[in-house]
Write a protein that binds this ligand. Structure first.
Ligand SMILES: C[S@@+](CC[C@H](N)C(=O)[O-])C[C@H]1O[C@@H](n2cnc3c(N)ncnc32)[C@H](O)[C@@H]1O
Length: 235
């Protein structure tokens, strides 16, 4: 092989090397286009998360699944726009209420005093794809209620913090309820002895119309109270 041929071969090898390097660099620097998550994928993730919470936290604070489903049905059927929950824990009931509000275009504010549980609640809301529908607040409900007044009036309130506080929540929230607004209190059968003042008020005040029902064999008890602006004639 003469010199000219040697030079030609060397030039070819250099050109090929350069082309390889350029293509590798282009591959490395090409922006990765992420496919947007579909609604079906979000719903599948939410279902898996709720099943995980049911398995791992049953009897550890969260409502039974049928109570959660009941809350979602009420929220959706009543076309609730503004909802408040006191006592979020890990966010299980908030996921049910949030799923209903996703259909109505409404919003839930949920309050939890325990920092660890509030953090997990926020993570669960994000994981379930409900971060635009549910706002998780870490605070004492007694402090949060006056601060959240600007977000009301409330069409729907779910009481599920410590039971002996229910009557104080009722007194603080009644001025913030919309006419015909609904307050749902949890554990009103199995833990009625911890809230006699609450039950006495919701069943006897002429502006409140209440009924207690149970969706499970455990008979937790859900008391539904409709807040009227005009007193009832049958009390
Ligand atoms: C029964 S759990 C709530 C369960 C939740 N609603 C669910 O079904 O997934 C009660 C929660 O209320 C919270 N809590 C109690 N007193 C509170 C207060 N004053 N302010 C905010 N949260 C409170 C507790 O820390 C606890 O996590």
């Amino acid at each position: 092989m003469n010199h000219r041929n040697n030079w030609a071969a060397a030039a070819c090898i250099a050109a090929a090397g350069l082309a390889f390097c350029l293509s590798a660099a282009t591959e490395r620097s090409a922006p990765t286009v992420q496919r947007p998550t579909t609604q079906n994928e979000i719903l599948a993730r939410r279902k898996a998360l709720m099943e995980h919470l049911e398995k791992n936290f049953q009897n550890k604070l969260n409502v039974p699944p049928t109570d959660g489903r009941f809350l979602r049905i009420i929220v959706e059927a009543a076309r609730v726009q503004k909802a408040l929950e006191l006592g979020s824990s890990y966010g299980y009931s908030a996921l049910w209420i949030g799923s209903g509000l996703e259909q109505t275009g409404g919003h839930l504010w949920t309050v939890e005093i325990d920092a660890g549980r509030a953090k997990e609640c926020r993570e669960n809301i994000r994981e379930a794809g409900l971060e635009n529908t549910v706002t998780s607040i870490e605070d004492d409900a007694f402090k949060a209620i006056p601060q959240l007044a600007k977000e009301g009036p409330w069409d729907f309130v779910f009481l599920d913090a410590w039971k002996s506080d229910y009557k104080r929540y009722l007194d603080a929230l009644l001025p913030q309820m919309s006419p015909g607004g609904l307050i749902v209190a949890h554990n009103t059968l199995e833990r009625a002895d911890e809230m006699p003042d609450y039950l006495e008020a919701v069943f006897n005040r002429p502006d409140l119309d209440s009924v207690t029902l149970s969706t499970t064999e455990w008979k937790c008890g859900l008391t539904l109270t409709c807040v009227r602006k005009t007193p009832l004639s049958d009390k």
